[in-house]
Design a protein around this ligand. Structure first.
Ligand SMILES: Cc1ncc(COP(=O)(O)O)c(C=O)c1O
Length: 385
């Protein structure tokens, strides 16, 4: 009775089904290997925890943080963008702290769109995108990502009559693990300028890259008409801290600040200090964390290929995106896998229509556990789902 149309429009999540399946498996005495959630199992770097600990001793940090109090984090974010991507942003007008990229995106959509506007969204894509679009009352036009096109969008296939208010992309990509090269964003930004479209790039996996690959930033295509969302959740294993930042187009950042000003205060100052510390650490610290996920990739991908599943070797992110031969109902498959083997994975359909036929593995367990998970999945079989 008290749910708004807006609340009713937020799609339900199949992760509740998965939760129930895991609970049944646990009740049946199975040891669960949970690879269904992309929450890093590594700890934040020690100096980050020290910075937080130290900040808790200063009573001044207990106050509501004002915008001026966010200067150290904004400056650390600007320095990071300059060091890592060669991008110059004004920390006073082109950067804003977030309570994570997910919060930032939901409020950004409210800040830069009006109800009925069109949003181009990748399919498959991170499920909360659809909820955020529904809350903002947007008309979603899906942008299919196919293996045949390396899970990149084909913007030329978007009819000229579609002039979206915003285009949302995410590379390194969740769930497909796809990556882009430095020429990608300038081309996308040119398309967006042509259509009068704001380019929003969700970039939480910016530093979770393997081997020689380094992820580019959309801001390298210029700041006008571009907003990028950064997060400390994956890059520094700070998911529970709830902290990130938005950077880019000054008008969009100012609109986001106005909306957020009526919704929340900035993150706790201790968490801001910890995030600023993380962004200032030498790159090797981030590389060491990424190397852990790279070793897990090297364990899991061959084990899945042994099952006859088609899986690319990711160059980044914390996922493996596997096509299971003959799979037509990934939700039933994932529920059955959890119940029968204790291995929880994410069904591809949870990420959109184009995700059907796939399952996503989060690389959040040590290599030997990933190999055991693949072995257990052999029992579930393939070809009958
Ligand atoms: C693509 C994408 N965006 C955003 C998030 C959430 O980021 P944050 O923890 O900063 O809200 C995730 C988490 O899995 C993600 O995969």
């Amino acid at each position: 009775m008290w749910a708004s149309q807006r609340a009713g429009a937020v799609p339900g999540s199949v992760f509740a089904l998965m939760d129930a399946a895991k609970a049944r498996a646990r009740a049946a005495g199975r040891a669960i290997i949970d690879l269904s959630i992309g929450s890093s199992d590594l700890r934040p770097p020690a100096p980050v925890l020290d910075a937080l600990r130290e900040a808790t001793h200063d009573p001044l940090n207990d106050r509501y943080p004002l915008f001026s109090d966010t200067a150290p984090l904004r400056q650390a974010a600007a320095a990071y963008l300059a060091r890592r991507f060669g991008v110059t942003v004004n920390p006073d007008t082109e950067v804003l702290p977030l309570i994570g990229a997910q919060e930032g995106l939901a409020h950004l959509l409210l800040a830069v769109t009006d109800p009925g506007d069109t949003l181009l969204l990748p399919d498959p894509g991170y499920p909360p995108y659809l909820g955020a679009a529904a809350v903002a009352g947007l008309k979603v036009v899906p942008l299919p990502l196919h293996a045949g096109n390396s899970f990149l969008p084909d913007l030329n296939a978007v009819p000229a009559s579609v002039r979206p208010r915003a285009l949302l992309l995410n590379y390194p990509n969740n769930p497909t693990s796809a990556v882009v090269d430095p020429a990608f964003f300038p081309a996308v930004a040119a398309w967006c300028r042509e259509r009068g479209t704001l380019l929003i790039h969700d970039h939480p996996y910016a530093e979770l890259t393997f081997g020689a690959y380094r992820a580019p930033s959309a801001l390298q295509a210029g700041l006008t008409g571009v907003v990028e969302l950064h997060s400390l959740s994956k890059t520094h294993h700070m998911g529970g801290f709830r902290v990130g930042f938005a950077a880019g187009d000054a008008g969009a950042i100012a609109a986001l600040a106005r909306v957020k000003g009526s919704v929340d205060f900035h993150p706790y100052l201790g968490i801001q200090r910890a995030a600023a510390c993380a962004l200032t650490l030498p790159d090797e610290v981030g590389r060491a964390g990424a190397a852990v996920f790279e070793a897990r990739r090297d364990a899991l991908v061959p084990a899945l290929r042994d099952l006859g599943w088609a899986v690319a070797r990711p160059q980044a992110s914390m996922y493996a995106w596997a096509r299971v031969p003959g799979l037509t109902d990934s939700v039933t498959f994932a529920v059955r896998a959890a119940e029968d083997t204790g291995v929880a994975v994410s069904p591809g359909a949870a990420f959109g229509r184009q995700g059907e036929g796939f399952v996503r593995f989060a690389l959040v367990q040590p290599p030997e556990v990933l190999i055991e998970a693949a072995g257990r999945l052999r029992e579930v079989g393939s070809g009958q789902w």
